[in-house]
Design a protein around this ligand. Structure first.
Ligand code: PEP
Length: 261
């Protein structure tokens, strides 16, 4: 049986300039160090704004910090006349490991379609980045179709276009839970994450379904992370608001200390 290393990912959204980003990453590192929490069990990733990435990379690499980092979006194109876009090639040159794709704030605020999410996912993979593919239902979707129908359709649309060896992470983020303080219940998260794992098995392979990490996101905090991590198909969290508070984020990362199997 494959063991999936939990991933706690902080999506900073449009917060922190590059100076604050450096101070913030240092603070998380010191806090975890003071707490004597080794980053072997849990992978920690931060997703700063584009303008911070070079500074975060320099700090992480020069101080050999055990953090991964990535970007919050990527262009579907490699280069050319795409004003304001950032190529996967540039992100890879900064040693980004991950890129978030299809966050609901991009699907809604920038009208990103499943086709664009698929094109961005392919671009990420082409440049050796691991896409964090975000899916989730709105409260209207929830009422009309139930919890899993929309996320399952969104994920299938992307995975049906990928090759068998693709490495990716899935983030299930109910739109109604993002930034609302109203998280899904662990049982709701488990139900949808299990359905998403079935989609991976159907569209990619059973091996990929076993190995791929599925995160829950939506009002995750230090007080509820352990309850999500007890669920068998939840392999980590994509954290927004709570990832902007170093003490709180460090507590979330230390969830194994609070999970009783
Ligand atoms: C997010 O934006 O991905 C998110 C989950 O936000 P929050 O944790 O603030 O709900």
């Amino acid at each position: 049986m494959v063991t999936r290393r939990p991933l706690i990912a902080g999506n900073w959204k449009m917060n922190f300039d590059h100076l604050r980003a450096v101070a913030f990453v240092q603070k998380i590192a010191w806090t975890l160090n003071d707490a004597k929490f080794p980053l072997t069990e849990v992978e920690v990733a931060v997703f700063p704004p584009f303008t911070d990435i070079r500074s975060v990379q320099t700090l992480i690499e020069s101080d050999s910090l055990s953090f991964s980092f990535g970007a919050q979006d990527v262009s579907p194109f490699d280069s050319g006349a795409y004003t304001g876009d950032i190529s996967g090639e540039f992100l890879k040159r900064l040693n980004c490991r991950y890129v978030i794709i299809g966050h609901s704030e991009r699907r809604q605020g920038h009208h990103e379609t499943d086709e664009q999410v698929t094109a961005k996912t392919k671009a990420a993979l082409k440049h050796g980045l691991v896409p964090v593919i975000c899916v989730g239902e709105t409260s209207d979707d929830l009422e009309e179709f139930g919890a899993s129908a929309v996320p399952v359709t969104q994920l299938r649309a992307v995975l049906s276009e990928l090759s068998a060896e693709s490495e990716f992470v899935v983030a299930y983020e109910p739109v109604w839970a993002i930034g609302s303080g109203q998280a899904a219940t662990p049982a709701q998260a488990q139900h949808v994450c299990a359905a998403l794992r079935t989609v991976i098995a159907e569209e990619i392979s059973t091996e990929s379904a076993e190995a791929s990490r599925i995160l829950y996101g939506g009002s995750v905090k230090s007080g509820n992370i352990a309850s999500f991590m007890r669920e068998k198909d939840v392999d980590g969290a994509l954290v927004g608001g709570a990832s902007l508070d170093a003490e709180e984020f460090a507590k979330i990362v230390q969830f194994p200390r609070h999970v009783i199997a």
